[in-house]
Design a protein around this ligand. Structure first.
Ligand code: FES
Ligand SMILES: [Fe+2]
Length: 384
């Protein structure tokens, strides 16, 4: 196997390519294999993703409704970098490195409202919501706040390229990713018949830390093969109703239920997943489910380590009027159960990587896992 040549990385960094035909005669040469186990289990590979994959991409980082008022701040981590999302007084959401320019202390460690300035807890340097450095108290001595060597105009918070579409905040650390409009277009196109102006977040599920690599959670969402087995108690979506799709960096599957049913959303009836649905992802980590007639779910996967990912889901109502409290409770319970089912299998995938049998990455269904294979190809090209 070819090793990736990077002087910072150990020898355990394996090629991320889906390995074809590695000599397992039972599989045959015609089928694609998954990524090698190191791509999921190696901290060196995770470091490589933080160095190359995430910085060059539009990474989904947060929800705009959680920054409702001027002065609201949310610390986030992208590619291992501590960042801060800020709602400025002009209404714009801005992103900065979450680090003081004095001695580089972390500025904000919890969501909240900072008022008009972000004040460093260490020596009280203060920054406006636009990132400008406003105060450097006693920097040059008692009651001497300025120094000729300190150019405040150059010492503001370091900005980061960001974009907001609907409720979703994206970060591009390198500043070199493609135009955001091109990035978001494949999802925007598939939602354009909805009235997104009335989209309302109705519930947020903190799904905690999952003991699995972030890519397993993405791949599990992209492929529909597991649905009828893993979710047999939560859904009635026969496999025949599913189809996969690949649209550039937008990957996933669709479900068209032959027997129409709106799942009770909005009517207070039985809540199931047995509705027409789109399962959309944007590489690398944006995940959106659209469920007929008026439900959207978006979940945020935050990679913490090679084998740990934090996950939250926001449920939205896109119909008119408010949902009844019991309907929202039902949706929250349903989705918590569905995610638990998915976490269980994703943790199994992670544990399976300890086996030498996983060396060839397993084998992919050419029918059900073609969009998953495309995801893996994007991973590969992003770290090369
Ligand atoms: S490190 Fe922030 S004011 Fe000193
Ligand atoms: Fe699932």
């Amino acid at each position: 196997m070819t090793q990736i040549s990077n002087p910072h990385l150990g020898r355990d960094v394996a090629p991320p390519a889906p390995a074809r035909s590695v000599g397992h005669s039972a599989v045959g040469d015609a089928l694609a294999h998954g990524l090698p186990p190191q791509a999921y289990a190696s901290e060196a590979f995770f470091a490589l993703e933080n160095e190359k994959l995430f910085p060059s991409a539009w990474v989904f980082a947060g929800f705009a409704h959680e920054l409702a008022a001027a002065g609201d701040v949310v610390p986030v981590t992208v590619a291992g970098q501590p960042l801060i999302l800020v709602r400025d007084r002009d209404g714009a959401i801005r992103a900065f490195h979450n680090v003081c320019r004095h001695r580089c202390a972390l500025l904000v460690d919890a969501p909240g409202n900072v008022g008009r300035v972000i004040t460093c807890p260490y020596h009280a340097w203060a920054y406006g919501l636009d990132g400008a450095l406003r105060a450097t108290p006693h920097f040059a001595g008692p009651d001497s706040h300025d120094h000729p060597g300190l150019d405040r105009r150059r010492m503001g918070l370091k900005p980061v390229r960001s974009a907001v579409w609907q409720d979703w905040i994206f970060i591009n650390l390198s500043g070199t990713a493609a135009d955001f409009e091109d990035f978001i277009a494949p999802v925007a196109r598939r939602l354009e018949d909805l009235n997104l102006a009335q989209m309302t977040p109705v519930a947020t599920l903190d799904l905690g830390e999952v003991k699995t690599n972030w890519k397993f959670l993405m791949e599990n969402f992209i492929e529909p093969y597991h649905v009828q087995f893993v979710h047999k108690t939560t859904t009635e979506q026969p496999l025949t109703d599913h189809s996969t799709f690949i649209d550039g960096h937008c990957l996933g599957s669709t479900v068209e239920i032959s027997a129409k049913d709106d799942g009770g959303a909005g009517q207070g009836g039985p809540l199931t997943l047995a509705v027409d649905s789109w399962y959309l992802t944007l590489f690398p980590n944006f995940v959106l489910g659209r469920y007929h007639p008026n439900e959207i779910g978006v979940h945020l996967n935050v990679p913490l380590a090679a084998d740990r990912t934090r996950q939250r889901r926001v449920i939205y109502h896109t119909g008119e009027g408010a949902l009844a409290a019991e309907t929202v409770d039902g949706l929250a319970q349903l989705w918590r159960k569905v995610h638990e089912e998915d976490h269980e299998v994703c943790e199994r995938l992670q544990r399976g990587r300890a086996s030498e049998v996983a060396g060839d990455g397993g084998v992919l269904s050419p029918h059900w896992e073609d969009s998953l294979q495309r995801f893996q190809e994007l991973v590969r090209s992003s770290v090369e």
